[in-house]
Design a protein around this ligand. Structure first.
Ligand code: FA5
Length: 341
């Protein structure tokens, strides 16, 4: 029996050399340590052995079993380690490879200019008030003191929807009424940015779709001096301290008195060119003191309240800041243009 145990041990260890993978090792375990393995049969026959032989055979059988089990465990962990090394080698991540460059977008020049405008007016205490792009005739014209058949409607002709009286706003001024009605009788100090639409002859300075930023301040004892001071300060912060500006008398049905503010033409330095229509100046905004009728439509008593308003074109301002000669670039989606900002 002892000899048989020696054979079992020798055969087991020799076979183990051939178990070069995890499935083969499992086969080996079944063959050498499984229920019907020769070693287990030795244990089964134990009861039929002579009493004196039992301790010797039992001791040796247990030694063989422990040895085979220990070698099995060693082999299993060696195979596991080999598998791990192979996996690490075949699946390595080479962190020294240069990464794929990711496409970086940037803000549209109008957005950049709009953000600068918000910053400047925020410093002066103006809040941003957002108003709708689709408007009623009432808000776009009537409540701004532009009744039906008023000649100013020609200047602000727009795109109409199939619903009578519903149109794309031609300016951000209808937002004045919305914000006044929301705030009255408290004072208001807001800017109203957003897209406007016009039935317009497209040119280097005119688009059918453009942004405006409206400004509105309503309160007690607000004067034209406040308006001029606010807008002159705005121009200095936007274009630099040396910028030359001028106010020209103008007419808007919703302000009285009314003016337009021009900035010296950046292309010709004031000499006159086709961008500034040979005037040397570029108009950037319209402005004035809020008309008493408009104040009333907004819910304020014109005997107690005054206010100023203005409406500027951020694309025109971006043209001045970046020396862009044609407004049509803004919506042409040409990356050669957009990537310059
Ligand atoms: C208005 O739209 C008035 N609502 C502005 C206003 C507000 C006056 C409050 C008084 C009080 P105007 O049509 O001039 O005014 O336009 C104002 C600005 O919008 C212009 O100075 C210009 O910068 C810009 N703008 C007007 N039309 C276009 C256009 N077709 N393309 C690009 N920018 C334009």
């Amino acid at each position: 029996m002892l000899e048989e145990l020696e054979r079992i041990q020798t055969a087991g260890l020799a076979d183990l050399e051939q178990a070069t993978s995890e499935p083969l090792l499992e086969q080996w375990r079944v063959a050498h340590l499984g229920r019907s393995a020769p070693l287990m049969q030795v244990f089964d026959k134990f009861g039929s052995l002579a009493k004196e032989a039992r301790p010797v055979i039992g001791k040796r059988a247990n030694e063989v079993k422990r040895l085979l089990e220990a070698r099995l465990a060693e082999r299993a962990s060696a195979l596991h380690e080999q598998a791990l090394v192979r996996a690490l080698q075949s699946e390595t991540l080479d962190v020294s490879l240069p990464g794929r460059p990711s496409q970086q977008g940037r803000l549209h020049p109008t957005t950049q200019t709009l953000r600068r405008i918000y910053e400047i007016f925020a410093e002066m205490g103006f809040q941003v008030y957002r108003s709708r792009e689709i408007e009623s005739d009432e808000y776009n014209f009537e409540l701004l003191n532009i009744p039906a058949h008023h000649p100013a409607r020609d200047m602000w002709d727009t795109f109409h929807t199939q619903t009578p009286g519903v149109l794309l706003r031609t300016h951000t001024s209808p937002g004045q009424i919305h914000s006044m009605r929301e705030h009255a009788p408290n004072p208001v100090r807001v800017i109203l940015p957003g897209m406007c639409f016009r039935y317009e002859q497209i040119s280097a300075r005119k688009e059918i779709q453009f942004n405006q930023v409206e400004g509105l301040a309503v309160g007690h004892e607000i004067t034209f001096g406040d308006l001029k001071g606010t807008l002159t300060d705005f121009a200095r912060r936007m274009f630099g301290d040396s910028v030359r500006t001028r106010f020209r008398a103008s007419h808007f049905p919703f302000t009285e008195p009314s003016a337009e503010m021009d900035v010296e033409c950046f292309i010709c330095g004031g000499k006159g060119c086709n961008v500034c229509s040979h005037t040397g100046w570029l108009e950037i905004l319209g402005c004035g003191m809020v008309h008493p009728v408009v104040l009333q439509n907004g819910g304020y008593d014109p005997a107690k309240f005054t206010g100023f308003a203005f409406g500027m074109g951020p694309e025109r301002i971006a043209m001045l800041r970046h020396r862009i000669e044609d407004i049509r670039y803004f919506w042409s989606n040409d990356l050669r243009f957009l990537e310059q900002f």
